[in-house]
Design a protein around this ligand. Structure first.
Ligand SMILES: [Zn+2]
Ligand SMILES: [Zn+2]
Length: 370
């Protein structure tokens, strides 16, 4: 790989060097105030990226009022990750072309490439059509235009504030700037490197993205990256209530305070439908190779159950739509039919999971449903 962007390279190399060289001198200066300064600026900068750049701007997974947007657009200058416009542009390319030559941080080019090296090599051409919606947002355009001034101004103000609070300019520089920036950088970069390497692929086996609960702790909840790539329109990355996803909690909490709205979620049925289709394809491909009698029997069951699931799921969606439009006197009957379909789908799903488990045992296959 040839370095194309020497400025970016020098900036990252020099600050990492400083970070290491200064350790013996800065350790005696570590106080609770200095640590708090680091933690608060780290959380503000990091969450502005995950809650804001990623889920609001790159994926439009929810809407936010101008106050919330400004908090993100200004808070994100603590992260040193370019403007929201440029970031979203690259990230949409990542999703549209994941694992191919056009993926700007493709894991196929190696772990370190996806982690950081891509920054020195990336093609910086800008396709306006990819972010046409964001170009209509005056706040995003303003942040992009004045990104350098905003970043310098806000970081200088924080350096001075940190100096005032800790009474120590060196501690403020190290903990409130250097260490904070490095931590945010690596946490974001982990999503492109580790979250495409170590973990499980529950929702899309065909992608390099993985789900990893430990990584979720390091990335403000972005560790459920396989689900995210499979269903990027969902404002959540960790969909279960116990999944550690502080970005999801923040967006949800802000909606209760009236600052965010139109939170988009993918319902369980859509997720299950997609898993059934993917497993059906994998199973049939494999069973064709097997060619034995058991395989033929399995194939019949696979086709029957997946067709049945699809049929009932489609019927349920149609009934739900009907319910929205129907006059109130028909609601009782429609609700009964919907309930019956739901119960049926639950049973078919359980049969499907049992079938995929049996197939996993018999043919050593890796499937989605569980
Ligand atoms: Zn994404
Ligand atoms: Zn990814």
């Amino acid at each position: 790989m040839k370095i194309k962007h020497w400025g970016t390279f020098a900036f990252i190399a020099i600050y990492h060097l400083l970070l290491l060289v200064l350790i013996p001198f800065v350790l005696p200066e570590l106080t609770w105030t200095a640590f708090t300064l680091f933690l608060v600026t780290y959380i503000i900068g990091g969450m502005s990226i995950t809650v804001g750049y990623h889920r609001l701007y790159a994926h439009r997974a929810y809407s936010a009022n101008p106050f919330f947007e400004w908090s993100i657009l200004l808070g994100s200058t603590l992260a040193f990750e370019m403007s929201a416009l440029g970031w979203s542009h690259d990230h949409r390319n990542h999703h549209n072309h994941v694992d191919t030559e056009r993926d700007p941080y493709s894991i196929k080019k190696g772990f370190w490439y996806a982690h950081v090296l891509w920054l020195f090599d990336a093609d910086r051409s800008f396709d306006k059509t990819l972010v046409a919606d964001l170009l209509k947002n005056p706040r995003v355009v303003f942040q992009d235009k004045y990104y350098l001034q905003l970043t310098l101004g806000i970081n200088l103000a924080i350096l001075l504030l940190g100096w005032y609070l800790t009474g120590n300019l060196f501690a403020s520089f190290y903990f409130g700037f250097l260490l904070r920036m490095a931590m945010i950088h690596h946490c974001t970069w982990f999503i492109n490197s580790l979250c495409h390497t170590y973990g499980s692929k529950t929702y899309a086996r065909e992608l390099s993205a993985v789900d990893n609960a430990i990584l979720a702790m390091l990335t403000f909840g972005e560790g459920y990256h396989n689900y995210h790539h499979a269903f990027a329109a969902d404002y959540r990355n960790g969909i279960r209530w116990y999944h550690f996803d502080p970005s999801k909690w923040t967006i949800w909490l802000a909606s209760k305070l009236g600052m965010t709205n139109k939170l988009r979620t993918i319902n369980t049925l859509t997720v299950q439908k997609s898993l059934v289709q993917k497993d059906r394809k994998l199973l049939i491909e494999h069973l064709e190779e097997e060619g034995c009698e058991t395989a033929a029997e399995f194939r019949e069951k696979v086709e029957h159950l997946s067709d049945l699931f699809d049929e009932k799921a489609t019927a349920l969606s149609a009934k739900m739509r009907e319910l929205k439009q129907a006059a109130t006197e028909h609601h009782g009957q429609l609700k009964k039919e919907i309930q019956a379909l739901r119960t049926m789908l639950k049973e078919i799903w359980a049969d499907w999971v049992a079938l995929t488990h049996a197939a996993t045992k018999q043919f050593q296959l890796h499937l989605h449903a569980h």
